[in-house]
Design a protein around this ligand. Structure first.
Ligand SMILES: [Mg+2]
Length: 186
């Protein structure tokens, strides 16, 4: 019998892109920390100096490789692996030439990912599965439309609070227990 297949986004779901960026910009961070990033375009609330530091720092070799995982993600993925086949779907930062290499190695090192389970895609609707978890509203809307028999779950974050489901097979989750509840029982 086939196991259920769950697709996990990486940045914002497994990897703390926002926290790593706050560390990068240091004293240039806007007051209020991560709650300040209420728009997908996080640099929109930054000073010009902070934007410049991001534009440079995000693309430096080693930045992607040293991103911390989000709390609970490690144990959640461990437990998900007992119930489902885990696939990692992550968009490359295309103007950082080493990004995909570092992201692959990071997933293998931090999450013990099988390299065959790592997919790079800007349009994640190309990736099939039973459950899809991502923090970007457009990805959830696109995947839910393309996979009507699957379930798309938006991982809650300050920058996606305006989102409302456009499709009946899309929902919002703010904890891993809710993700587990979405996995079909075989
Ligand atoms: Mg993401």
């Amino acid at each position: 019998m086939n196991r259920p297949r769950i697709i996990l986004d990486v940045d914002g779901v497994l990897a703390d892109f926002v926290g790593h960026t706050l560390t990068l910009i240091g004293d240039l961070a806007p007051p209020g920390g991560r709650e300040m990033f209420t728009s997908w375009d996080m640099v929109s609330v930054m000073s010009p100096d902070a934007r410049a530091r991001c534009a440079y720092g995000w693309r430096q070799p080693g930045w992607c490789a040293t991103m911390p995982p989000l709390p609970e993600a490690l144990s959640a993925v461990d437990r998900l692996g007992l119930r489902a086949e885990v696939v990692y779907a992550t968009a490359p930062m295309v103007d950082a030439p080493h990004w995909m290499y570092e992201r692959s190695k990071w997933l293998e090192r931090v999450f013990a990912a099988d390299p065959r389970s790592i997919v790079f895609a800007h349009d994640k609707a190309h990736v099939w599965g039973d459950v899809f978890v991502d923090d970007k509203p457009e990805n959830i809307d696109g995947w839910a439309l393309a996979h009507p028999s699957g379930i798309a779950a938006l991982w809650d974050a300050p920058y996606n609070r305006d989102w409302k489901p456009k499709h009946g097979n899309a929902t919002r989750v703010d904890r891993w227990a809710s993700v587990f509840d979405l996995i079909p029982r075989s």
